[in-house]
Design a protein around this ligand. Structure first.
Ligand SMILES: Nc1ncnc2c1ncn2[C@@H]1O[C@H](COP(=O)(O)OP(=O)(O)OP(=O)(O)O)[C@@H](O)[C@H]1O
Ligand SMILES: [Mg+2]
Length: 394
């Protein structure tokens, strides 16, 4: 059985997002893909575009290294029309997972079903067909240096045997979609990193795929360029109804662009859910650790340096209180102080938003013994707030 990422209908129907577009007209993005906006809406259903069914991947022992279990019994469904993020640390198995989707690797056991087809069971011809329905964007862009932006985007079409007119009709609107019409005759060496990635994205869209795979597409880019590339991916998702599966080690990336998130740790999915639920109420230790890297939630250096894992005489416990939605606006701390009689000091804090909903965290220190700490935690839990003890400061 698949485990779908979310319980509720997982995908906002594309039709509602395109509600303002009159029937028969084309958005720039839909035009680039050669589909009417309404058509893109119709094809977006809520079932999975990719499902991993009990997928394991073992790399055999060799050249002095032991066998590696890169993926261990993965059950995961990527809802069609969604932007789904898979986040995990280096070596967690993210690239292996994504390489199973386009058939570059075969599972050791289990099935990877893409758009209804078991990828590993396909012959060469059918596999080529599936690969044409999947676009791939890479961290290092993988552009051909001897080809211009236009010629790089045209490449998959040339390989597929398209004629010049078809190629021109496809590539020109794609360059417009990614905002590079004026760079069509530039070579990669004449483009910035962000521009190169835009070429990479246009090239990935050239064969009009249903699914876009992104392996750390923004990892080599600065924060501002990252935001603009993520905005482009989101636009492609919402205007074309294209499903996007992206893997990243950065929580900021999934926070900005993903509807659903799964956390992978040592080859296993340890937590999953809608981005809001997962980020506002993380349960697994790995998710929490990855969240701590969010710029808005990271601890100030002076505090991180002082933190000790165990309490000492007279030390104060340091708690991170996470809150979401309505509770973000409640006077959390004054109530905590009143209800428990403990003195609460604010050390750091930030309020962020995901999809227009506030979520945030406050880092506080409280005086007192273990019983006082437990009392404070119980009070917070009773009000639906997560409180994690980060450590103790003298
Ligand atoms: N072809 C291979 N042969 C042997 N081991 C491999 C092979 N490919 C990957 N592995 C191992 O599988 C594990 C998962 O690797 P993978 O590349 O999927 O990680 P990742 O999550 O993408 O990491 P990163 O964030 O660093 O890219 C690692 O321990 C890696 O060494
Ligand atoms: Mg990788």
């Amino acid at each position: 059985m698949d485990t779908v990422l979310a319980d509720s209908p997982p995908v906002r129907p594309v039709s509602s997002r395109n509600a303002t577009i009159p029937t028969g007209t084309k958005t720039a993005a839909a035009a680039a893909q050669g589909v009417a906006a309404g058509q893109a809406a119709v094809t977006a259903a809520t079932e999975a575009i990719v499902s991993f069914e009990a997928v394991s991947k073992r790399f055999p022992a060799g050249r002095g290294s032991a066998e590696v279990v890169a993926l261990d019994a993965i059950d995961l469904a990527v809802p069609r029309g969604s932007v789904t993020g898979i986040i995990g640390r280096s070596g967690a198995g993210k690239s292996t997972l994504i390489r199973l989707v386009n058939g570059l690797e075969k599972p050791s056991s289990g099935r990877v079903v893409v758009d209804g087809r078991d990828v590993a069971a396909l012959g060469e011809d059918k596999l080529r067909e599936v690969r044409r329905s999947i676009g791939m964007v890479f961290q290092h862009f993988n552009l051909l240096s001897s080809r211009t932006a236009y010629q790089n985007v045209a490449l998959p079409l040339e390989i597929a045997g398209a004629d010049r007119r078809t190629i021109e009709a496809r590539v020109t609107p794609l360059l417009e979609l990614v905002g590079l019409s004026d760079k069509r005759d530039r070579y990669p060496s004449e483009l910035s990193g962000g521009q190169k990635q835009r070429v990479g994205i246009a090239r990935a869209l050239a064969t009009q795929p249903k699914l876009l795979l992104s392996d750390e597409a923004t990892s080599a880019l600065d924060p501002e360029t990252t935001r603009s590339i993520l905005a482009l991916l989101k636009k492609i998702n919402s205007e074309l109804g294209l499903s996007v599966l992206l893997i990243t080690h950065e929580m900021e990336v999934v926070k900005t662009v993903a509807d659903h998130v799964a956390v992978i740790d040592r080859g296993a999915i340890v937590e999953r859910g809608t981005t809001f639920d997962l980020l506002s109420a993380p349960r697994h230790e790995t998710t929490r650790a990855l969240l701590a890297g969010l710029p808005s939630l990271s601890l100030p250096a002076f505090l991180a340096e002082q933190l000790r894992p165990e309490p000492s005489a007279g030390s104060r416990a340091v708690l991170r209180i996470s809150f979401a939605g309505d509770s973000a606006t409640q006077p959390i701390l004054s109530r905590l102080g009143q209800a428990t009689g403990v003195e609460v000091n604010i050390l750091a804090g930030a309020i962020d938003e995901i999809g227009g909903r506030p979520f945030g965290s406050l880092v506080v220190s409280i005086a007192g013994d273990a019983a006082t700490l437990a009392k404070a935690q119980n009070h917070l839990a009773a009000h639906g707030l997560q409180a994690e003890v980060l450590g103790h400061v003298a």
